[in-house]
Write a protein that binds this ligand. Structure first.
Ligand code: NAD
Length: 429
């Protein structure tokens, strides 16, 4: 089996084809992105040096509506990865029934080594590089790994300066002051928490005191941890690139959140070197473990919320979690997936589990189009309704068609919807 995320996505599609009511010709079409642009980005850094970066924007499929997908800044970005992520966005927007296609962008860089000024210049240069292919009705970027509301503000400003007027609708995940929506920052984590609650209801199990390990404590992982903690679950382990913290009695999620928000690393938290307003009096003395050990903890739910390809044929036999909720995109390779299906480990697939972000991005885009803003309660209620509905439809598909696993159920729904759009639209020219 391969480590290539694009091959992994194709293999997931192939697993679903046998059960999906999709014409084979259209199915083959769906395996190819519409287009990918590669851009060269020379940037004068604050140090005075000129560094040449490389970036991509892949537009995978637009049969159901404008392209939609985040932008990632990471040293391991590749064209194949961006294309896989754009494919997953296509299946995700179809599964949660948003009027969008799928896209993704990425820039090969190590944000930790860049100043804020460098990041601004890089973001603006990247936006200039892809600006002819994006637009509110065409392709709407959003944040992903190492990009945030400030990144979106720079993208929106750069695009708007070229247009000659403000175009908030060109990106989502913006700061509130320039057309962002309440609830977007925590939307993906909230969705992860909601589907975990739904999964427990479906399995007729009690979430209170269920043990949870979360790999990655960034935007998605930290918000999922906070909301699951509030829902009564027991978050016993989490991590970042520096390492993992484990306390079988449960971590102090609020203290860890304050520490990380102040720029602290998980390994510093474990060592007691707390940053910002993190409260030492609630210090819970966790042990230091590795990211690899976190994945194999004996917990009720494992939530990978960092990078793709972490659950593989090499470690799947050591995994002891009874359920997996995929907050990250593509965390499980197909070989590992088959082993988990055989062992009856329920896996809520990424295209469902982390769809909260794109759902609230859609709600932001709609508010921008209406030039009207909704209160947080309306946004959260609409998120819950939409992700809950997608969860129920996935379960219905899984049960009524007696499918091997939830991923196959989610993929058959997404592929059928996208294929139907292609069928109605036909081939032109
Ligand atoms: P982030 O940059 O805010 O956080 C990433 C976290 O993962 C950090 O804690 C980082 O230290 C950790 N990490 C990075 N590389 C790691 C590694 N090799 N091993 C262990 N930990 C590592 O990113 P995010 O926005 O939270 O995104 C996390 C995942 O969720 C990604 O797969 C992303 O594509 C997916 N996702 C994000 C959103 C969103 O709205 N932000 C939406 C859908 C899916």
């Amino acid at each position: 089996m391969t480590d290539d995320p694009f091959e992994n996505m194709l293999a997931q599609m192939d697993r679903a084809e046998e059960y999906a009511d999709v014409d084979h010709g259209i199915f083959e079409r769906l395996k190819h992105p519409e287009r990918t642009l590669k851009v060269t980005l020379p940037v004068e850094l604050e140090s005075g040096e000129v560094e040449v970066f490389e970036g991509y924007r892949c537009q995978f499929d637009s049969a159901r509506g404008p392209f939609k997908g985040g932008v990632r800044f990471h040293p391991s970005v590749t064209q194949r990865e961006v294309e896989a992520l754009a494919g997953w966005m296509t299946w995700k927007t179809a599964l949660v029934d948003l009027p969008y296609g799928g896209a993704k962008g990425g820039v090969i860089c190590e944000p930790k080594e860049l100043t804020d000024r460098d990041l601004e210049r890089l973001t603006r240069r990247y936006t200039e590089g892809i600006r002819r292919m994006i637009g509110p009705e065409v392709d709407v970027p959003a944040p992903d790994m190492n990009t945030n509301p400030q990144t979106m503000a720079w993208m929106m400003d750069t695009y708007s300066m070229y247009e000659g007027y403000s175009v908030p609708q060109v990106v989502t995940g913006k700061p509130l002051e320039i057309g962002g929506t309440p609830g977007r920052v925590e939307a993906t984590g909230r969705g992860v928490s909601l589907v975990t609650e739904r999964l427990f209801e479906y399995l007729d199990r009690d979430l209170s005191d269920a043990t949870i390990a979360i790999q990655g404590f960034g935007n998605v992982g930290s918000n999922a941890a906070r909301l699951l903690d509030e829902a009564g679950a027991n978050v016993v382990a989490t991590s970042d690139v520096s390492g993992a913290a484990y306390d079988p009695d449960g971590l102090d999620v609020a203290a860890l959140g304050a520490h990380v928000d102040a720029g602290g690393l998980v390994e510093e938290y474990v060592a007691g070197d707390l940053k910002g307003s993190a409260d030492r009096s609630r210090w819970d003395d966790p042990d230091a473990i590795t990211n690899a050990e976190l994945l194999t903890l004996d917990v009720d739910v494992l939530i990978p919320a960092a990078v793709e390809g972490v659950i593989t044929a090499d470690n799947v036999d050591d995994l002891r979690a009874s359920a997996i909720v995929e907050a990250a995109n593509g965390p499980t390779t197909v070989a590992a997936d088959e082993a988990l299906t055989e062992r009856d480990v329920q896996v809520v697939p990424d295209i469902l589990a982390n769809a909260g972000g794109v759902i609230v991005s859609y709600l932001e885009w709609v508010q921008n189009a209406q030039e009207f803003s909704w209160p947080l309660e309306t946004v959260n209620a609409e998120l819950e309704r939409r992700i809950g509905d997608a969860f129920d439809k996935t379960i219905e598909q899984y049960d009524t068609k007696d499918l091997p696993d939830l991923r196959t159920a989610a993929y058959t729904l997404a592929l059928e919807r996208t294929a139907k759009a292609h069928e109605y639209r036909g081939l032109f020219p």
